[in-house]
Design a protein around this ligand. Sequence first.
Ligand SMILES: Nc1ncnc2c1ncn2[C@@H]1O[C@H](COP(=O)(O)OP(=O)(O)O)[C@@H](O)[C@H]1O
Ligand SMILES: [Mg+2]
Length: 411
Amino acid sequence: MAKKDGFNLYENKSTLKWIVLGVSVIISGSSIFYTNLLVNKLKTKEKTFIRLYAKALEYTLSEKVSTSENINFISEEIIYQNNSIPMIIMDSLGGIYGSKNIELDSGWTLARRNNKLRSIVASMKKDYPPIRIAPIDKETGKPYLVQYLYYKNSSLLTQLTFYPYVQLTVIAIFAFIAYWAFNYSRTAEQNRVWVGMAKETAHQLGTPISSLMAWMEHLRADPEFTNHDILTELDKDIHKLGMITERFSNIGSVPKLKEEDIIFEVNRVLSYLRPRISSKVEMSVTGRHEKIYAQINVALFEWVIENVCKNAVDAMGGVGEIKINVMEGSDWRVFIDISDNGKGIDHSKIKHVFNPGFTTKKRGWGLGLALAKRIIENYHQGKIFVKSSNIDQGTTFRIVLNRNHISHNLS
Ligand SMILES: Nc1ncnc2c1ncn2[C@@H]1O[C@H](COP(=O)(O)OP(=O)(O)O)[C@@H](O)[C@H]1O
Ligand SMILES: [Mg+2]
């Protein structure tokens, strides 16, 4: 059951992620598409209007009869109606006739005003070609007073063009902050559970262990039991219980790191494991030097090596070879590569193996690597990851430790 549950949880989580991403892309896409549609409609409308405006202007100039009712109508209904599209009219020699809907400071000198308008004309030219206004002189029948009308999008249209991007950016920022806050509180909660459970376990184990120790002393004093095998075995088990308590109590508090010889510590774990696993599994440690030092908490570090090696044994089905290579990566780092020739990890699953609850074993809990990652990253400021893995060929885990002391950051 544990296998199925843990596995589905992470599969579903990534499916859910894709769905959320897909829906967001569709929403953003359609929002941008729809606004673009509106923008284009409005653009056509403004263009039509500005053409009409130019025509009206041309017409009134051609008629030259200011009393005509037509002209009054045209100037009132069309020319004065433009109160949104910025425009500038220039004559054919480049002199400025006038402007509309462009903000100009009334305190400016004429030269400054014209300069400003000229620079706006330059930018308008890039967007739309000017409209030529050529009123016809009734008497000669020829165009006179040729002018050019430059214009650009109204500010409403410009705003509308940027609107969806502004909106989406705001939403994205909000979503990011919400996600971060949610994640943060979840991590904080998980930390409290880990630490709380560990402390409680260590605390509860303490009492029976002291009691067992007292009984041991009692038995040792008894002539019937002195030098009996039972005492040696009992002593070993009590020792093991003490080790478990130490692990839990270390993970429940800020553990002390000390400079230790990694090769020696790894060898110690291997000699503890050897009698407990299949004799067909070979285990060896190699290192460029006899001793390689790093900052560790022995009890927790042993726990990590034990978990990774046990997984390797499981992956090999009882026959194979585990090679541990300890290297001085740099002046600051020590690398520990743990390789097996077991069944390997499926590529799609590599990113899940450190998740609590992820297991592919019938009787697995999926906590071994989650714990290892926690110990290495939170308590040792190091790294643990799958360096390589090939199906039916084997897997290499790499642990990176610090050689020098780094202050703790238990978040
Ligand atoms: N050396 C390895 N070779 C192949 N698969 C591995 C190896 N180490 C870990 N795994 C995979 O990662 C999963 C999680 O490991 P772990 O957290 O220790 O939980 P558990 O051992 O309880 O399954 C394992 O079920 C297995 O599928
Ligand atoms: Mg395991």
